[in-house]
Design a protein around this ligand. Structure first.
Ligand SMILES: *[C@@H]1O[C@H](CO)[C@@H](O)[C@H](O)[C@H]1NC(C)=O
Ligand SMILES: *[C@@H]1O[C@H](CO)[C@@H](O)[C@H](O)[C@H]1NC(C)=O
Ligand SMILES: *[C@@H]1O[C@H](CO)[C@@H](O)[C@H](O)[C@H]1NC(C)=O
Ligand SMILES: *[C@@H]1O[C@H](CO)[C@@H](O)[C@H](O)[C@H]1NC(C)=O
Ligand SMILES: *[C@@H]1O[C@H](CO)[C@@H](O)[C@H](O)[C@H]1NC(C)=O
Ligand SMILES: *[C@@H]1O[C@H](CO)[C@@H](O)[C@H](O)[C@H]1NC(C)=O
Ligand SMILES: *[C@@H]1O[C@H](CO)[C@@H](O)[C@H](O)[C@H]1NC(C)=O
Length: 731
């Protein structure tokens, strides 16, 4: 009987391990020296860094104005099991083997300690449940080895909690102490201490935390002799409502531990199989792992697409995700232009729903943005440089002038809206969501501009934050022209506002200057910029990719000039943008170098966690912005894919592909276009896209001067040297 159950157990472990391909397993025998670079685990509602001191809940911030930051909940799921000595339970640390593993396909972290002399192993696993998303789970599995005679002794296992110091963001009150004997749960109620801005947040945040068992004191588990294995699980549920947290725990207890884990793994497997994955063929296991980890860390911060109880509105994807956010280095968990410019283009490929929710976050905070405009004497909506719970400006008090000057965030959001429309062709969404934002952004731009014969934005700061208080930053002006053009067009579809309003937007669009040095044929970054001045990060070069604003030979000159003067310590996505732009200008040899530079120095080897700045400098941990830039350079740069609004319809563009060195082929499942789902494969000299659509939508291919109807589903192949393909949706 004993042996049987043991054999069964081993099979179970083997089969789980065997089913996960190597490219989804990150394993190591030793931890990163800085534990900030442990994996971040989130499910869109809750997030934490493995072994870290904090749990965060979507939308829960504490602190006034620029001091508002994600409210730290002590990391109560940081639970450890240790083997005890029978005499007095001194912890036995004489394990002979230890290994840590992040399983990206299953969405969990586990580690294993073996004690050879005792013939047993402890395996501990932790994850935020992707379907029961109010819950965090800790599981212990202890088993005795067959090859060694079963230890006769009873063993003792000590479970203890290491949540870090008391939280200074909440006042916690014990509603119920819980008890093992009565099977009664421990329940806490936490209330945040400081409002962000009373006018927009009348009440503090209130959260409820329910523990499947109290663990303020360590607990000793007996593992009787002769028993092959011991399993134990601890679940902690949190929500703004006590009833929701309580129901989650009760529903989970209806499931066996194995079924509960399986439903989590199924949710993640479903994502990789049915929503999005990138398969890289070639001598590229390390690159594949980095790509998969990047997708995982980004997607896990986003809301669960299917959950046991309805999700709350999603409150923004900040540069270090939901698992971090109380440190200045985590940008306090605020949202920036990073969302729309660096992450959104990738997030839209995962699932339209994710991007809708990210853009809904902006829509839901239009009132805050209008308030920001008014307080600075402008009309319309001025989105905050840093946004948290209320959508009013929460820039760190260190750097107030950035919020006043980096006005490109508002047109960046309009750019993101247009990009999303270009891919989805969702007119209902356009009029309900995009149009109200685009209109208010256009109004803001008009009121912020200075016009005579030509129009200017004075006293601004572009993405290059090393140059403050400049006039006519070329990126700001270019993205504003795009935002104004989109507003004029969306207005013609969605509104009967006065022609006069549209005319003002059109005038500004046409009269905003784009600086150009005719002699050197390049775009000076701003008025008064002289060649040779160092810049912080990609700024003017963004006019090519992603803006598609200038793709002429001037753009190639911009690339050559700015490549020489960009700070070496700049953020990762700067190099990814050089790579994408050099690919689009067919300077492939340069692109390969920048592509490598865009990740190799930024990814920590153990769990492929990203740093904002090159390794060795202190910066943000698990920098999703860098991941976004990197994945964009692979998908849109190497792949040669883009989307654009072509008049009233949506257009997919496919230009000559390439692949990074040592890669033979990249296969992406699935790229979405309108209501189609596409399998896309590209190699050095050929790109093939197979799209399956709906009967009520059809497409047409424009290539060179040929026009070919494609029907609702199509299979197109582009060979190196062929003219760019433009595939239009015909409504
Ligand atoms: C969390 O647990 C790990 C492993 O026991 C420990 O190394 C770490 O210090 C703990 N974290 C905190 C914040 O106590
Ligand atoms: C919980 O236990 C503490 C310490 O024993 C006690 O002071 C408190 O009254 C108890 N709270 C409840 C709600 O039972
Ligand atoms: C727009 O048209 C609708 C009906 O067609 C009308 O009810 C509404 O008042 C109009 N709005 C404006 C601003 O003219
Ligand atoms: C960039 O720097 C390299 C090496 O210093 C130099 O050879 C090249 O001419 C420079 N390019 C431009 C466009 O300034
Ligand atoms: C990075 O930060 C850690 C503490 O967070 C500090 O100990 C270390 O000295 C810093 N390193 C650098 C290079 O600034
Ligand atoms: C096309 O049909 C699908 C169902 O087959 C439906 O969901 C969708 O809304 C339709 N789209 C358009 C543009 O009519
Ligand atoms: C797509 O087209 C390519 C090249 O014409 C062909 O080899 C392939 O079998 C087609 N695939 C499907 C699924 O039709």
């Amino acid at each position: 009987m004993l042996n049987l159950s043991f054999v069964f157990l081993i099979c179970l472990i083997e089969s789980v391990a065997a089913s996960t391909p190597d490219a989804y397993i990150l394993s190591t025998q030793s931890l990163p020296p800085d534990l900030n670079f442990m994996p971040s685990l989130s499910n869109g509602h809750l997030g934490y860094t493995v072994f870290g001191n904090a749990i965060f809940m979507n939308g829960v911030y504490n602190g006034a104005g620029g001091n508002s930051r994600r409210a730290r909940i002590p990391n109560w799921i940081n639970i450890t099991a240790e083997l005890c000595d029978p005499a007095g339970c001194q912890v036995n640390n004489e394990y002979t083997d230890i290994s840590y593993e992040m399983d990206l396909r299953g969405g969990y972290f586990k580690y294993r300690k073996s004690y050879a002399s005792l013939g047993l192993t402890l395996e501990q696993r932790t994850y935020p449940h992707r379907y029961y998303n109010r819950a965090l789970v800790y599981e212990l599995l202890a088993y005795r080895h067959t090859s060694i005679p079963l230890s006769l002794d009873t063993q003792y296992l000590k479970l203890s909690q290491h949540p870090g110091k008391v939280s200074d963001a909440f006042n916690f009150e014990v509603l119920n102490n819980g008890s093992f004997v009565l099977e009664d749960y421990r329940i806490l109620r936490g209330v945040t201490k400081v409002l962000e801005l009373k006018q927009f947040q009348p009440n503090p945040h209130e959260i409820y935390v329910i523990f499947s068992e109290p663990l303020e004191q360590p607990r000793i588990l007996d593992w009787p002799m002769g028993q092959a294995e011991l399993r134990h699980r601890i679940i902690i549920c949190m929500d703004r409502q006590q009833t929701v947290a309580q129901k989650e725990l009760q529903d989970m207890f209806q499931l066996s531990p194995a079924a509960m884990l399986q439903s989590h793994i199924d949710a993640w497997t479903d994502f990789w199989d049915k929503q999005f994955s990138i398969e890289i063929i070639g001598d590229a296991l390390e690159l594949s792992r980095i790509v998969n980890a990047g997708i995982f860390y980004m997607a896990s911060s986003l809301p669960a697409l299917s959950s046991n109880q309805a999700n709350e509105p999603y409150d923004g994807l900040s540069p270090t995700g939901l698992a971090r956010g109380n440190l200045d280095a985590d940008y306090e968990g605020h949202s920036f232009w990073d969302t729309e410019i660096w992450m959104l283009p990738v997030v839209t490929q995962f699932n339209y729903e994710f991007s809708k929710q990210l853009l809904d976050y902006r829509y839901n905070h239009l009132e805050g943005a209008r308030y920001n405009a008014r307080t600075m004497g402008n009309r319309g909506a001025r989105f905050p440089w840093e946004s948290a719970f209320t959508g009013t400006e929460v820039i760190n008090p260190c750097c107030l002038e950035i919020a006043q000057q980096e006005i490109h965030i508002s047109p960046d959001i309009s750019f993101g809206l247009q990009k999303f429309f270009a891919q989805t062709n969702d007119y209902a969404w356009l009029c309900q969501r995009a149009w109200p934002i685009a209109a208010d952004v256009a109004e803001f731009l008009v009121s912020r501009s200075a016009c005579e014969d030509t129009c200017h934005f004075l006293n601004v700061m572009g993405p290059d934050e090393d140059h403050s208080n400049v006039n006519d930053n070329v990126y700001t002006n270019a993205v504003s022209k795009i935002a104004l053009d989109f507003a004029v067009w969306a207005g013609s579809k969605c509104s009967n506002s006065s022609a006069e309003t549209f005319e003002q937007w059109r005038q500004l669009r046409d009269k905003l200057v784009i600086l150009h040095d005719a002699q050197l044929d390049y775009h000076p970054q701003h008025s008064g910029y002289t060649l040779g001045e160092t810049v912080k990060q990609a700024d003017t070069i963004l006019l090519g990719y992603p803006l598609q604003f200038d793709t002429s030979s001037t753009h190639l000159n911009d690339l050559q000039y700015y490549a020489n003067v960009t700070r070496a310590t700049g953020p990762a996505m700067t190099w990814s943008m050089f790579a994408a732009n050099y690919l689009l200008t067919k300077q492939d040899w340069r692109a390969h170098e920048y592509f490598a530079r865009g990740y190799q120095n930024y990814v920590h080897k153990e769990f492929k966690v990203w740093s904002e700045v090159p390794i060795g400098y202190n910066g943000s941990a698990n920098f999703l912005t860098g991941i976004g830039g990197f994945l964009q350079s692979l998908i849109f740069g190497y792949g040669g894919l883009d989307f654009a609004r072509a008049g009233d319809t949506s257009q997919l563009q496919l230009s000559t592909p390439n692949v990074p060195p040592d890669v033979q082929q990249v296969r992406i499942k699935y790229i979405k276009f309108a209501q189609s789902k596409c399998v896309w494969t590209f190699q050095h000299s050929v790109s093939n896209m197979i799209c399956t659509g709906q009967a009520n939508q059809s497409f047409e291919l424009l290539q060179g001067n040929q026009r070919t109807p494609l029907g609702h589903s199509f299979n197109v192949t582009l060979n190196r040297g062929d003219p760019t393909m433009h595939i239009n949706l015909i409504n």
